[in-house]
Design a protein around this ligand. Structure first.
Ligand code: FMN
Ligand code: SF4
Ligand code: SF4
Length: 255
């Protein structure tokens, strides 16, 4: 078994690491950006694939990854994990449908409510206490899920035709353009000092620093990693002002 995850602000990383560790303590969980992912699919029969839901869809970088490795999925058993701030309908189903197309066997799906990662919007913002409670509830659900899977009762969240309709009409249809590809909407203000942190963090290599100022190159997958970490709060994406820099570690006191 291998865990593969894409994670902007750390929620999905935590969830996949916890689930994979409980299911198989000898199994690794690695980020989608690491160079060994394609090899890891080939070497393992079972894959736990995790990602954050974006407008009830799978982040473009994850769809791109699945498609790029299309020949690797045949016969692989995949369990899809979708983390979200509130609602997705078929968050797990969205990747499951693409994977099935390439011959994967979908074992199940899991939806986990975690702190919202959109740093530049007041919408869905919760207190630190509420976010900690969300994480604790998700941790409990992950432990329960691992126990159920061991007994052969694999959850199928987000995989039914009803979930598909919920995701489609609840959100995806209205926001489809936002996730149709990489975006060029990243904004970097004059507060940028050119420190280069965002350059090293970005999973798509979207940001560069020139003449002491960072700039995006139109290949952003909206993960909010740079927005949540810029020391100057100089980066925004969907909104125009950083409301709260959100990171999993912040809520668990690790950072
Ligand atoms: C661009 C964007 C769109 C999002 N859309 C949704 C959504 O449709 N529904 C939802 O419940 N959460 C949504 N979220 C929240 C994230 O899915 C959620 O916070 C997730 O756990 C973040 O995981 P990460 O820390 O691994 O990146 C969105 C986040 C971003 C950045
Ligand atoms: S992390 Fe912020 S301050 Fe540093 S280069 Fe990037 S945008 Fe500029
Ligand atoms: S530019 Fe920022 S939000 Fe966009 S993909 Fe890179 S790190 Fe993520």
């Amino acid at each position: 078994m291998i865990g593969l995850y894409f994670s902007g602000t750390g929620n999905t990383k935590h969830c996949v690491e916890l689930l994979v560790g409980l299911l198989d303590p000898s199994a690794k969980a690695i980020p989608l950006e690491s160079p060994e992912t394609a090899e890891a699919i080939l070497e393992n029969d079972t894959v736990v694939l995790g990602y954050p839901v974006q407008f009830s869809n799978v982040p473009y970088i994850v769809r791109d990854f699945i498609e790029r490795n299309r020949s690797h999925w045949k016969g692989k058993k995949v369990f899809c994990v979708a983390t979200m701030g509130a609602f997705s309908g078929d968050g797990a189903g969205c990747s499951a449908r693409i994977l099935k197309k390439y011959g994967a066997v979908i074992l199940g799906g899991l939806h986990l409510k975690m702190p919202d990662s959109v740093c530049d919007s007041k919408l869905l913002k919760k207190s630190a206490e509420q976010n900690r409670a969300l994480i604790e509830a998700s941790d409990a659900k992950i432990r329960q899920t691992a126990n159920r899977i061991r007994k052969g009762k694999v959850p199928k969240e987000g995989l039914s035709p009803f979930s598909h309709l919920l995701g489609l009409f609840g959100q995806r249809l209205w926001f489809y353009k936002r996730t149709a590809g990489y975006t060029d909407k990243l904004k970097i203000s004059d507060n940028c000092t050119g420190c280069g942190l965002c350059v090293t963090l970005c999973p798509t290599g979207n940001i560069g620093v020139q003449n002491g100022k960072a700039a995006g190159h139109g290949k952003c997958t909206m993960c909010y990693r740079c927005v949540s970490r810029c020391p100057q709060k100089a980066i925004t994406l969907l909104g125009d002002k950083v409301v709260e820099q959100c990171r999993y570690e912040k809520y668990t006191g690790q950072n």
